[in-house]
Design a protein around this ligand. Structure first.
Ligand code: KMH
Ligand code: ZN
Length: 271
């Protein structure tokens, strides 16, 4: 099996410091968390940023500041900003981090209920994001919250808007979307083109079981405060590092080595 890419989704857009006081929200906190998870074994950092009040923002200046601090700290992991932001954000807001030419970015592949909100991803938006990423050489992580999103991604591929290599993110258990069960994970993975790579993320209490199955299935894994703020039932996680470190231990026990950032680049066909 190829080495395991661990993505750390360290902040997200929905969780607050009230939910878990250890959530990094300022550019400094997010950058230090990125360094910590990289040292622990993460090779991709999925990045959301917050404004001065801790609210989700897609302001490119905040992304820029965050990336600059990561760079100063010597972070070598693949930086993957979100183009999803938070439900209700405009196209203009969502495109902003692409100006910074990251190696990778998320590309959400369809609309979905997201808690009490609707996270809207209409085809014209997906096409625009995909073609902007393609022209800038940014690898999209094709985020699929529902099985139908995989078909949407394949439509974008047919339309010539995606790179040769496809990398999917299967996110299970968003309230309002497909449940996080192993049967659903298997079902969605079987829909993927055989030559593609994929990572799986389980929301909340399903983070660990989804990760464990992805490791043995040959997929890759995402963990972090964006998806889950607890270490075990009722026990808040101390840090993103704690969540990543558990996956590294688990993967070691299961006999699968963890990829360093440059090995992740190779697996993902990032030049
Ligand atoms: N915050 C969610 C509404 C992404 O990063 O691309 C969307 C999200 C997906 O987190
Ligand atoms: Zn995200």
């Amino acid at each position: 099996m190829e080495k395991l890419i661990i993505t750390a989704a360290i902040c997200g857009a929905e969780v607050t410091k009230e939910d878990n006081a250890n959530l990094p929200v300022t550019p400094e906190e997010i950058a230090h968390s990125a360094l910590g998870v990289e040292k622990a074994g993460a090779s991709v950092i999925h990045v959301h940023v917050r404004d001065k009040n801790g609210k989700p923002t897609q302001d490119k200046e905040v992304f820029k500041k965050t990336f600059m601090i990561m760079n100063e700290l010597g972070v070598k992991a693949i930086i993957q900003p979100s183009t999803g932001g938070a439900a209700g954000m405009s196209w203009d807001e969502r495109f902003q981090p692409l100006c910074l030419s990251p190696e990778m970015a998320s590309l959400d592949c369809g609309s979905v209920n997201f808690g009490d909100e609707v996270f809207v991803n209409e085809f014209p938006l997906m096409r625009n994001l995909a073609s902007r990423m393609k022209s800038l050489g940014i690898l999209p992580e094709l985020e699929c919250f529902e099985p139908g999103h995989i078909y949407n991604a394949l439509t974008l591929k047919k339309e010539g808007l995606l790179p040769e290599h496809l990398h999917f993110g299967i996110i299970l258990g968003v309230p309002g979307a497909i449940k996080a069960s192993i049967k659903n994970l298997l079902f969605m993975v079987e829909l993927l083109p055989s030559e593609s790579t994929w990572m799986a993320a389980g929301i909340g209490r399903y983070e660990l079981s989804v990760a464990a199955h992805a490791i043995v299935m040959g997929g890759h894994v995402r963990v972090g405060f964006e998806d889950n703020i607890y270490y075990t039932k009722g026990v808040p996680a101390e840090s993103n590092v704690q969540l990543v470190s558990r996956i590294v231990r688990l993967s070691g026990e299961l006999g699968r080595d963890v990829a360093a950032p440059d090995e992740a680049r190779e697996i993902l066909h990032i030049k």
